[in-house]
Design a protein around this ligand. Structure first.
Ligand code: PMP
Length: 372
């Protein structure tokens, strides 16, 4: 099997898995229970939270655990929108957001919120002057994902923050699901930050929303006493514990892993550029982990199947988009319908080998000879 779909999800790291099993065996208590085992579970949870914040340099923020980034995005957008309804109803976003942002914003639009989608340059970088000009007294939130999951396009968080520094009442949310553990960045520049463990060699079903201290949200899940006033229910202590280990492992030898991925990226792109009929859709603003390309003679789903039949696993659009026949992001950025309907996402990891890339490019070259 050649797995090249690490942006859809990652295998659980061995250390994370072992730690999860050990913890689940030694402490299964409800952290809300008042007996000794319950208190120990609560202490572990508190320490885990502190360690995660320290590792990500986010001591300025509270961490609300969620089931993943979809829930974190829902809580961020609905939580801010409902809490600030009396202050304003205007939200600004980018055209390159994950479906969990766009569908939530569409839902809010039906409830009377006004959503503006920013324009962008030839590379897909959002128009910062337009961002500045769109902000009014009614604007309560700007939500811009720093790394898009389909082409890996990254936005300039520092520049976005600089614009928003002139508007202290406007909150900045960023979906960092494809950024945390993948790029070096001062995440604390955003007021609200969504992320998910399963993109980082952790478990599916756990993630979080960092919220700058002092910011209030309207909860979207109501319930009994829990870790956070924003999310009722018994805390998944073993998943939370494993999230701590996930972040720790992901950031170990971080530079080394990034350097390896950079090398693999350069190698893959140079190989793809030598194959007839292939256009690379990622640009210099894409993160090294994601290479999006189009093999023009074949629709994305057909190429995906051809590769899958050879046990090479890649994505067409994102695993989460409903219409997989066209990449809206590739269409927006390249303007080409042909590229958008033939686009393939390869996502790399420090676990990827050069041999795997060679087998992928060998299979792609094979297509040209089959078609000639
Ligand atoms: N945002 C982005 C940018 C993503 O790539 C994903 C996962 N595809 C999500 C949000 C949703 O994450 P989760 O699966 O944890 O709900």
């Amino acid at each position: 099997m050649i797995y090249l779909d690490y942006s859809a999800t990652t295998p659980v790291d061995k250390l994370v898995l072992e730690d999860y099993i050990d913890f689940s065996r030694s402490n299964f208590a409800n952290s809300n229970s008042l007996h000794k085992l319950g208190k120990e579970a609560l202490i572990d949870l508190t320490n885990t939270t502190k360690n995660i914040k320290e590792k990500l340099n986010l001591l300025t923020h509270e961490l609300i655990y969620t089931s993943g980034a979809t829930e974190a995005n829902n809580l961020a957008l609905k939580g801010v929108a409902y809490k600030n309804r009396s202050k304003g109803n205007h939200i600004i976003t980018s055209p390159f957001e994950h479906s969990s942002i766009t569908t939530t914003l569409n839902y809010l639009a039906k409830q009377g919120f006004i959503i503006d989608v920013l324009d962008f340059d030839d590379y897909g970088r959002i128009d910062l002057e337009e961002l500045d000009s769109l902000i009014t007294d009614e604007t309560i939130l700007v939500s811009i994902g720093i790394v898009n999951s389909e082409v890996g396009l990254s936005q300039d968080l520092n520049a976005i923050r600089s614009v928003l520094n002139n508007y202290p009442n406007v909150l900045l949310h960023s979906d960092m699901t494809q950024a945390i553990g993948k790029i070096e960045l001062d995440f604390s520049l955003a007021d609200l930050i969504s992320f998910s463990a399963h993109k980082l060699y952790g478990f599916k079903g756990i993630g979080g929303l960092f919220v700058r201290k002092g910011i209030k949200l309207t909860p979207i899940i109501h319930g009994g006493k829990s870790v956070s006033q924003y999310r009722g229910g018994t805390p998944p202590t073993n998943l939370i514990h494993s999230l701590g280990k996930t972040i720790e492992v992901a950031l170990t030898d971080f530079e080394k892993k990034l350097n390896k991925i950079k090398e693999l990226n350069l190698y893959l792109v140079s190989q793809l550029q030598r194959i007839d009929n292939i256009v690379v859709n990622s640009s210099q603003y894409s993160i090294d982990q994601i290479v999006n390309f189009s093999y023009l003679p074949l629709a994305s789903n057909k190429l995906q199947k051809y590769l899958s039949d050879k046990n090479i696993y890649v994505s067409t659009t994102t695993a989460c988009s409903s219409d997989k026949s066209i990449s809206k992001v590739v269409k927006e950025i390249t303007g080409s319908y042909e590229q958008a309907t033939t686009s393939i996402r390869v996502s790399l990891s420090h676990l990827t080998t050069k041999d795997e890339i060679d087998l992928l490019t060998f299979a792609l070259r094979g297509l040209n000879s089959e078609n000639s």
